[in-house]
Design a protein. Structure first.
Lengths: 751, 158
């Protein structure tokens, strides 16, 4: 009578809708009497707004509203998940290319687009800061006005924060070899195939918001604060996002759309173009200088990591990206002496935010590449040097914090086996291997309500956003297993803050662990009620009854839960309601506000060739090994690992946003900004899961959605160096960049 | 003033006469005028493939085709793949292989793959990759999508 549905790969919940076109993304939702919104922008990064003439736009038939900052309550409200720095519309000047200076709402899309073109904005291009060097120059224009940073000793600079994490003593540590190199990681955009979209409508005496958001409950709270409404009067609908990757975590243009809805009294919808999505979110770019000390056996003696992360014009969640990723910047190793100095630097660019990996791939590029350099200088195999330094289960990577929670060397050996590390590299090829860890959620709170209905079918209420990672499938598998229901008799309800209980956020690969445990507890609650029901019905003491995974074990034999429930509920029918909560409390003294609930550990190994005539890289084999604890759905684990790996290859080989001297993004959109297509893939890909049941989630699981991306760039860079003898320290490894690097290296060898 | 024209389209087997703005794309008419929102909008420059539909059997970026250019054409969208409530084997294969992640690109992937399988019974891996080269998937579920197309090809020829 096994009801085990975890460890299998059933059809995705929501899969039918996805393959029939029935899945309703935000842009697909039918609204009555909706107004179409369009943004008005100016073609530069930082520009002073001299005047805004709306007359021509207002004359377009069907235009109902042209809104600029002057039309909003003064001072214009500001918001943000970390700092209240971002105004609803640009005030006085634009801070980045694409920041809206006005917005139009009209009865038709055509009218909105025409009117947006006709809003006449007179502006003057101002000097801005578009690189780390420009931002740090002594006379640099300030991105954030000092008056918005009261009491902040850094207010006179573009440095938002400077964080130092330190243990041991880097300055007195004695090393046989010191590697001292600089690295960079460019601006990259999320490029979810669904562009960001937002809608709002007056809702009795409150407001309803629709958003392609990953964190609907945080959006609800921030909107309630902004509009001074009770939480219960802000209803957030969060349809499944068509890809998020971190870019849809936090509130962006919802306040603007809400104000348009309140001013017009009608529903307003704003669907961004892909180009506008580039201006809505990006990964934090970064520059590094890393000094790594080794003894002659390859043990890491110290890491001295200086990281400059370039944020955009508004902080969004990017300062947290920097802080959290830098905390584990020294990697999954036992390093006795570490100093990490990280600066978050503001610039007049697209507000950077979360992006799969949350700052880790950037610093991984620098630190892993430095370890490679150490291995080369010491004549130690690149996999071996990692094995010599890796922590394994129970050993600390950051003193007095969550120790390694997996058999990490086993993961590395699995990757070595899969790539054939100990076999000779084919002629003309190079191999690379790299590891990464990412600290998962440091706090968390998820609630779930599970309803076992009279016929044994199940409704799971879980506020996690399913943006493609397949959260709802995992939740259905857990409930089906615990309550003995077939998968097609389980429905998972999400995406409505007025109906579904609170879930803190969908980020940090947390949902399987946090919401998964909440659902597990809700199922346990139901099982306890079923046990009481069975005791009454069978006149047996509860102590003699066990309810486990859909089965009620009575002294007389095993009975499916549904039989007990059907009989117990009787003629009136009804249901059994279970509630579950999973909470990880704030630790106020902790530098991150809490210790990581678990780590995502991943090893990536690649074999590639480089065409020295063109600089083109062909990946012949790409291996991803992740420590999943337990793969609740192996097909989805592979989808996450391989998807993350290919996304990482995009970052590594082709992607970067290019700005001109006025801060305008020159490669907006799909023609000029390339992401991997079906023609850009490794010739062979293999993903392996290490399952030791040692995670904190249901059945020993851990989160898995970011691991495959953490160290792609480092493994590829390592393999390029192996294949060509040329070390490249700036991403991306475009054909032109690789070709020039090889040519320059060969030229200097010839001299 | 917006100029309008009357066009005749067959959409998923159903003849329709439509009064459309001459500057509207087939994508806009499908989504906004007819309400078939399964076809998705992303890049609007013919690079991402989210809006792929079949026009007289050929896969087309519907964002690049004016609706008036489709006058008289037979158009098939993702909503037209299932017949009488039965999924097409290609759709089943996408489910079997967990090929749909966020799902936003999937209608376009399905239509490009349908065009391929209508032309080639037993496509090679290279032919599959090339046929889907115009359909971006940022979840990067490409391996799963290829596996689904291979499975559907096997089932069609079985």
């Amino acid at each position: 009578m096994s009801t085990m549905k975890v460890g299998l790969s059933p059809h995705r919940v929501g899969g039918y809708e996805r393959v029939t076109g029935a899945q309703e993304y935000l842009a697909d939702i039918p609204f009555t009497d909706v107004l179409y919104a369009k943004l008005v922008t100016i073609p530069c990064g930082r520009g002073r707004i001299i005047s805004i003439d709306k007359s021509a736009a207002l004359a377009v038939p069907g235009v109902r509203l042209v809104l600029s900052a002057a039309d909003l309550p003064q001072p214009v409200a500001r918001f943000g998940p970390q700092y209240r720095d971002r105004p609803v519309l640009a005030v006085g000047e634009t801070k980045f290319h694409g920041e809206p200076v006005a917005a139009v709402a009209a009865d038709s899309k055509d009218a909105a687009e025409e009117a947006a073109r006709l809003v006449k904005v007179e502006y003057e291009v101002l000097p801005g800061v578009y690189t780390v060097a420009q931002a740090l120059a002594p006379d640099a224009p300030l991105v954030r006005e000092p008056e918005l940073r009261p009491g902040d000793e850094l207010a006179g600079s573009n440095v938002l924060t400077r964080r130092v994490f330190e243990w041991g003593d880097v300055d007195t540590a004695q090393a046989d070899l010191v590697i001292d190199e600089s690295y960079s990681f460019p601006m990259i955009t999320h490029f979810a195939i669904e562009p960001h979209a937002f809608a709002a409508a007056p809702d009795d005496d409150g407001i309803a918001i629709w958003s392609t958001i990953q964190h609907p409950y945080l959006l609800q709270r921030m909107m309630a604060e902004l509009l001074d409404l009770p939480l219960a009067k802000v209803r957030v609908y969060a349809p499944d996002p068509g890809g998020g990757f971190g870019g849809k975590q936090n509130m962006k243009l919802e306040p603007l759309v809400a104000m348009m809805a309140l001013q017009t009294g009608r529903p307003v919808r704003l669907v961004l173009t892909l180009d506008e999505s580039f201006q809505a979110s990006r990964r934090v770019s970064a520059e590094f200088r890393v000094r790594s000390g080794f003894d002659r056996d390859g043990h890491i003696i110290f890491q001295d990591i200086r990281s400059d992360y370039m944020l955009g014009a508004y902080a969004d969640i990017a300062e947290r990206v920097v802080t959290k990723s830098q905390y584990t910047a020294a990697g999954p190793y036992k390093v006795p002496n570490v100093r990490i100095t990280a600066r978050s630097i503001l610039s007049n660019t697209t507000p950077a935010c979360a992006f799969r990996g949350f700052g880790t791939p950037q610093v991984n590029w620098a630190v892993e590449s430095n370890i490679d350099a150490g291995a080369r200088a010491l004549g130690i195999d690149r996999a071996e040097i990692r094995l010599r330094n890796l922590a394994t289960r129970g050993e600390e990577v950051v003193p007095d914090d969550t120790p390694a929670d997996g058999l990490w060397p086993e993961t590395v050996r699995a990757a070595m086996d899969a790539i054939g590390w100990d076999t000779p590299t084919p002629a003309g090829r190079g191999r690379g291997i790299a590891v990464g860890i990412k600290a998962s959620a440091t706090t968390g709170l998820s609630y779930s309500t599970v309803r076992l209905l009279a016929d044994g079918s199940v409704l799971v209420f879980a506020g996690t956003s399913d943006m493609g990672q397949g959260a709802r499938t995992i939740f259905a598998q857990i409930a089906a297993t615990e309550l003995g229901a077939p998968m097609d008799a389980v429905n998972v309800v999400s995406g409505d803050t007025s109906v579904v209980p609170y879930d803190q956020q969908t980020s940090a690969s947390r949902s399987t662990v946090f919401m998964g445990n909440a659902i597990m507890r809700a199922c346990r609650d139901i099982q306890a009620q079923v046990r009481a029901m069975a005791a009454t019905a069978e006149s047996v003491p509860e102590s003699q009854i066990v309810v486990d995974r859909g089965v009620v074990s009575l002294p007389g034999g095993d009975v499916p839960i549904v039989d007990i429930v059907r009989a117990g509920l009787g003629k009136l029918g009804g249901e059994i309601i279970g509630n579950g909560m999973y909470r990880k409390e704030v630790q106020p003294e902790h530098p991150l506000g809490g210790s990581p609930a678990f780590y995502e550990f991943n090893c990536t190994a690649v074999e590639l060739s480089v065409d020295e005539e063109t600089g083109h890289i062909t990946i012949h084999k790409h291996v991803i090994v992740g420590d999943t604890g337990k793969s609740l759905n192996p097909a989805q684990v592979a989808g996450q690992d391989e998807g993350a790996a290919i996304q990482g290859l995009g970052h590594t080989l082709m992607e970067h946003m290019i700005l001109d001297e006025s801060g305008r993004i020159r490669n907006l959109g799909a023609i000029d900004y390339r992401i991997p297509t079906s023609m850009d893939l490794p010739l062979h890909m293999e993903s392996v899961a290490i399952e030791n049941g040692d995670g904190p989630g249901p059945y020993g699981s851990k989160g898995v959605s970011e691991g495959g991306l953490l160290s792609v760039q480092s493994a590829v860079g390592s393999a390029v160096a192996d294949a060509t003898g040329v070390v490249i320290r700036q991403l991306p490894l475009t054909p032109e960049h690789v070709w020039r690097s090889i040519r320059d290296a060969r030229a200097s060898q010839d001299q | 003033m917006t100029q309008r024209l009357t066009i005749d389209l067959t959409v998923n087997g159903r003849p329709r006469q439509l009064d459309v703005a001459v500057h509207h794309t087939l994508l806009e008419v499908l989504r906004d005028d007819i309400g078939l929102t399964g076809t998705k909008e992303c890049c609007v420059v013919g690079e991402c493939g989210a809006c792929t539909v079949l026009v007289d059997g050929h896969s087309v970026n519907s964002c690049l085709m004016l609706a008036v250019e489709a006058d008289g054409a037979d158009v098939r969208t993702v909503e037209g793949l299932a017949r009488d409530g039965e999924l097409d084997p290609l759709q089943e294969a996408f489910l079997d292989n967990s090929a749909a992640q966020c799902g936003f690109c999937i209608p376009g992937q399905l239509m490009s793959a349908t065009a391929l399988l209508d032309q080639i019974d037993d496509p090679s891996d290279e032919q599959i990759q090339e046929a889907l080269a115009g359909n971006l998937c940022r979840c990067a579920g490409y391996e799963q999508i290829f596996a689904a197309v291979r499975q559907a090809a096997r089932e069609r020829s079985a």
